[in-house]
Unconditional design. Structure first.
Length: 281
């Protein structure tokens, strides 16, 4: 048995995860003894893996696709964010009990606190997309006290299902109506895959958007998405998706290794270089 804390990221497949790069950078930065490994676990082996964590000497880890919902169901002790989102991405032991959280909402909010600090003063948002990522954003907006959210989605029943969970201040809306409602939005957030490399572009719906609105994309390949480009052309302040990826890693590292790590330019450059190298190869 090793005598330093071992953590992991677990998914299937897992080889593309950038989490090891982030956590191993922080371990080196603080000179901590510890490890952070990639572990590929098939869905049918997930409960055996989770049941054996303690014995294998793990202090916790990150859970990624396709396990985020299953781990939430498996773990008895889940926090408010995981309960609201219905999925978990971070697990750890506390008093010998396995705990689970979802740090995506925290990551989104912490990144905006860094990049667009006025976002907490705004009251009205427009969110594009009603998938898993959208759930985390809606939780963050509720926590920040947003009073009105237009939730734009191609498949309206999916948006309605989220409004049923997150509150009747969430208004499911189609893309056509978004072109006009955008004039009233203080904060625009893209949670769809539109604009990601290899995916269709985000549609041009910015004609009536306000220059004083803020815009944030959760996509980070490319870093400047078509959505953010259009927002900038309107004069809006923007925040890219890389910040959320980095900030959502902070609470896990702190739980496993006992130090709250910084999200700084060195880390950002390290991950950006990795993204650019992969794109080039
Ligand atoms: P995630 O869990 O990462 O949020 P997801 O559950 O697959 O991923 O959700 C992807 C989101 O992008 C959905 O809101 C999806 O819209 P639908 O619910 O109508 O499928 C949206 N999306 C993906 N491709 C799209 C496209 N070509 N046009 C419009 N919306 C699209």
């Amino acid at each position: 048995m090793v005598d330093f804390p071992r953590a992991f990221v677990c998914g299937h497949p897992i080889k593309h995860s950038r989490s090891p790069l982030i956590h191993n950078h922080w371990l080196m930065q603080f000179g901590l003894e510890g490890s952070y490994e990639r572990i590929d676990v098939r869905p049918e082996n997930l409960s055996a893996f989770l049941s054996g964590l303690k014995e294998a000497g793990f202090v916790g880890g990150n859970m990624t696709l396709p396990h985020k919902e299953a781990v939430y169901e498996f773990v008895e002790n889940t926090d408010d964010a995981a309960n609201a989102i219905g999925a978990a991405n971070t697990i750890w032991f506390e008093n010998n009990k396995l705990m689970a959280s979802n740090t995506d909402a925290y990551g989104f909010a912490a990144n905006l606190d860094d990049q667009l600090p006025n976002w907490r003063q705004a009251k009205r948002a427009m969110v594009f997309g009603a998938g898993g990522a959208s759930r985390a954003i809606l939780h963050a907006l509720n926590e920040a006290g947003y009073e009105h959210v237009d939730l734009i989605n191609r498949t309206l029943p999916r948006a309605q299902a989220l409004a049923d969970v997150f509150g009747d201040h969430i208004h499911p809306t189609n893309w056509e109506s978004a072109k006009h409602l955008i004039a009233q939005a203080d904060l625009l957030i893209n949670t769809t895959s539109l604009g990601m490399e290899g995916q269709p572009d985000f549609p041009q719906i910015f004609d009536h958007a306000r220059a004083d609105a803020l815009a944030s994309d959760i996509v980070y390949t490319p870093l400047e998405t078509p959505f953010l480009k259009m927002a900038k052309q309107c004069g809006q302040q923007t925040s890219d998706g890389l910040g959320m990826l980095l900030h959502q890693a902070v609470p896990g590292f702190e739980k496993w290794f006992g130090v709250k790590p910084p999200v700084d330019e060195t880390l950002r450059t390290l991950i950006l270089d990795d993204i650019n190298n992969k794109d080039a190869s």
